[in-house]
Design a protein around this ligand. Structure first.
Ligand code: ADP
Ligand code: ADP
Length: 224
């Protein structure tokens, strides 16, 4: 699935978050939005997910304008900074949650959950509760849950930022491996340039609600 944002604008009262975002994410690509706090990264993700409606401009999935398509119909998986897991459900139940509305084609929910837990190396943890897991393991559960319904697009909003440096490195490699394995079109948000350099196929640097530069990491960070 390719994504296109064409002149996307969004304001909250007097605060203008997006001043005309233009970008293209290619099918299967790991694309990063990087820039300081307040530059519009989360708002851009929310416009892609359908959680915000642009005031102007268009968001297109494979060339089709998705304005008016609600979030649950966009086939998008999302992982946030804070693990939004259900604390009273087991790991398995958390991963299965999204499948109740969207059962897997030609397989059982249990089989799908097993596959997802294996994918993120949590095969042994299914019966635990999230509070018995480390921060890194919880983010793996969040990733497994987001991927279980086989989304066309994966949106990751600072998914590593609550982790310590060692876990962050470990989970970054894990994210990259899983993304490659599934080939899912991914938009990753971070304020950390080193992070963006390490993971991205291509990236966009946002500044004050606009795309300042975009391209492959080497070209963006070597230009003046
Ligand atoms: P980033 O993700 O890069 O930190 P955001 O997209 O969260 O940036 O925010 C961009 C700008 O829009 C900021 O100035 C922020 O305070 C403002 N903003 C975002 N969401 C809201 C909101 N719901 N209400 C008011 N202002 C908002
Ligand atoms: P991040 O820095 O990770 O982008 P924020 O803390 O800026 O996240 O925003 C988290 C949530 O709060 C988002 O849903 C955003 O829309 C909302 N938000 C951000 N800034 C404001 C604001 N000034 N007023 C109200 N809501 C805001």
């Amino acid at each position: 699935m390719s994504l296109e944002l064409d002149g996307v604008e969004r304001a909250y009262g007097d605060a203008t978050a997006l001043r005309g975002i233009d970008l293209t994410v290619r099918d299967g690509e790991f694309f990063t939005l990087v820039g300081p706090s307040g530059c519009g990264k989360t708002t851009t993700l929310r416009c892609i997910a359908g959680l915000e409606a642009p005031d102007a401009g268009a968001v297109r999935f494979d060339g089709t304008d998705v304005s008016g398509v609600p979030p649950e119909k966009r086939n998008v998986g999302v992982v946030f900074q804070e693990y939004a897991l259900f604390p009273t459900m087991t790991v398995r139940e958390n991963v299965a949650y999204g499948l109740q509305f969207d059962p897997p084609e030609g397989g059982s929910v249990d089989t799908r959950v097993d596959e997802m837990l294996a994918l993120v190396d949590l095969g042994e943890m299914g019966e635990r509760n999230p509070d018995a897991l480390s921060g890194g393991q919880r983010q793996r559960v969040a990733l497994a849950r987001a991927l279980a319904p086989a989304p066309d697009v994966l949106l990751l909003d600072e998914p590593l930022s609550a982790l310590d440096a060692r876990l962050r490195d470990e989970l970054r490699l894990e994210l990259k491996r899983v993304q490659r394995e599934l080939g899912v079109t991914t938009v990753y948000v971070t304020h950390d340039q080193a992070e963006a350099l390490a993971v991205s196929d291509r990236l966009a640097v946002l500044h004050d609600g606009r795309v300042e530069q975009d391209g492959e990491p080497e070209s963006v960070y070597e230009s003046p």
